[in-house]
Design a protein. Structure first.
Length: 487
């Protein structure tokens, strides 16, 4: 499936005038263009419902996407060259005519990548119409944006429908967290170094924490978000994917299926949280008015487009268990929220204390070793160790062994979407989700969502700019664990 750069290829974006396209995909494609990752005959066809000419679309992209590109990378001549790759076709996914127009706009001998950056409810109709119009062949690929479905049943229905016209090797289910540099680096950390692996298990690991905290609120996305919530928007995909990479067994190679086989086993080993555990092991929250970055911000229910009395969660914290030999008894704490005090995505592997302390009774605080992998905003890997304070006596203090990836590597770091789009163009599937993986993730998430819906509990309020409801601290405190900001 590797497409040589010289071969013609059309990258066709459904939802070509939408937020994702102008904010993320087109700037990422420009970066790929700038750095020579696109071939001469790689073209981009935006699709949308507006009755626009190619020129109007180019003006739209120029107006909307140009300011999003990092200023240092905005080179006007290259940008103009990039805009020459663009075409536009008016298309309403529910009507056949647009698909005929699309056919006419494609390069006759080219491979086609269909990027479905639309609501998942349209995926079935789009793939069927692509097939009817004769646009799908063995070289075609389809990229499916998240959220893929609303629950297991709808995800299965979409997968089923897409599988009628595309083989699994042609389907790229995107989770942009898998395109992040540090997430890919985590595989190297684990499997390219010998020192961690022997201890990467029970009884040496005491707990694992995965936090994805954002300062942003729901913004202009209430229409989408209010029917989705943090569990479907973040936990079912991004956080579970991070958990898989932390917890999986070493794959036998980096081939897509070898990696995905191991991730699937982790997802299948996740303990189901039944109604009895939900109260104990999960916390849902919703932000109220508060202050973030020194600015007063409204509560979720006061955001534009959010219905009064909404019970959608903007925060989730939960305790998960992986029932297999490596992780038996090790809690995995997952947490994500909007309107938190700072943007911070990190994974913390907390190791157990030395089995016997000869320092007991000495002054100073003996703390467990912790490996802190920060994904955002800056990438770093730090190992907390105990060291002796200089001076007489044996006072101890935790210090960090610090790997600052920004200064260790001066090379440019591609954004997640750029890296993943290049993978699609080149036909590399390793960093995309396979069907069984996605369905296994829903199988775990579904009972949680159902349990919450049945109890109909309102999410617990937390002021914007805080680390979530107090119940989230209580969740970890029961096992004498602290969230990272409290350590
Ligand atoms: C998206 C979610 O998938 O990820 C958004 O839909 C969220 O709600 C975003 O803000 C976070 O991505 P990143 O890369 O900014 O951490």
């Amino acid at each position: 499936m590797d497409t040589p750069d010289a071969a013609p290829l059309d990258l066709i974006i459904f939802g070509g005038t939408g937020d994702l396209a102008w904010r993320k995909l087109l700037p990422a494609l420009y970066m790929a263009h700038l750095h020579g990752s696109l071939g001469e005959r790689h073209r981009i066809v935006g699709l949308g419902r507006h009755d626009w000419s190619r020129r109007q679309y180019v003006e739209f992209v120029d107006r909307m996407s140009r300011p999003v590109v990092e200023p240092a990378a905005m080179q006007p001549l290259h940008w103009q060259d990039f805009l020459r790759r663009l075409d536009y076709v008016q298309l309403d996914a529910t009507q056949p005519e647009g698909f005929e127009r699309l056919k006419g706009a494609c390069q006759p001998d080219g491979a086609k990548v269909f990027y479905l950056a639309t609501a998942p409810s349209l995926f079935t109709a789009i793939t069927a119409r692509l097939h009817e119009a004769g646009l799908v062949d063995a070289r075609s690929r389809v990229v499916l944006e998240k959220p893929l479905g609303h629950d297991l049943a709808s995800a299965r229905a979409i997968n089923e429908a897409v599988a009628r016209h595309f083989e699994e090797r042609q389907i790229y289910r995107i989770d942009h967290y898998l395109g992040k540099e540090t997430v890919q680096n985590l595989m190297v950390l684990r499997f390219g170094n010998a020192i961690y692996e022997p201890m990467w298990r029970t009884p040496y690991v005491r707990s694992v924490q995965i936090t994805v905290a954002e300062t942003v609120g729901v913004g202009t996305r209430a229409g989408f978000y209010d029917g989705t919530g943090a569990m479907r928007d973040m936990v079912q995909n991004h956080l579970l994917q991070l958990l898989c990479i932390v917890a999986m067994e070493p794959p036998i190679s980096l081939d897509a299926d070898d990696v995905r086989d191991e991730k699937l086993k982790v997802l299948r080993s996740l303990r189901r949280l039944g109604p009895a555990q939900l109260r104990h092991d999960t916390v849902r929250g919703q932000y109220t008015a508060g202050t973030v970055d020194g600015q007063p911000v409204p509560g979720y229910q006061q955001e534009d487009g959010v219905p009064a009395g909404s019970r959608t969660e903007t925060f989730v914290a939960l305790r998960a268990h992986i029932d297999n030999a490596r992780w038996a008894g090790v809690p995995f704490y997952l947490r994500t929220g909007k309107r938190m005090p700072r943007r911070q995505s990190e994974i913390i592997v907390e190791f157990t204390q030395p089995p016997f302390s000869i320092f007991a009774g000495q002054s100073g605080m003996e703390q467990a070793n912790r490996l802190v992998i920060t994904l955002q905003p800056e990438e770093s890997i730090r190992l907390q160790m105990m060291a002796k304070e200089p001076g007489s006596g044996m006072r101890m203090r935790p210090v960090f062994l610090n790997l600052d990836l920004q200064s260790a590597f001066t090379e440019r770091r591609a954004e997640a979407y750029e890296r993943l789009l290049i993978d699609v163009v080149r036909g590399r599937l390793t960093h995309f989700m396979r069907r069984d993986e996605l369905e296994a993730a829903w199988k775990w998430a579904d009972p949680i969502l159902q349990g919450w819906a049945e109890t109909n509990d309102a999410p617990k309020p937390y002021p914007a700019g805080s680390w979530g409801p107090p119940a989230a601290s209580a969740l970890v405190a029961r096992e004498n664990v602290l969230w990272s900001e409290a350590q």
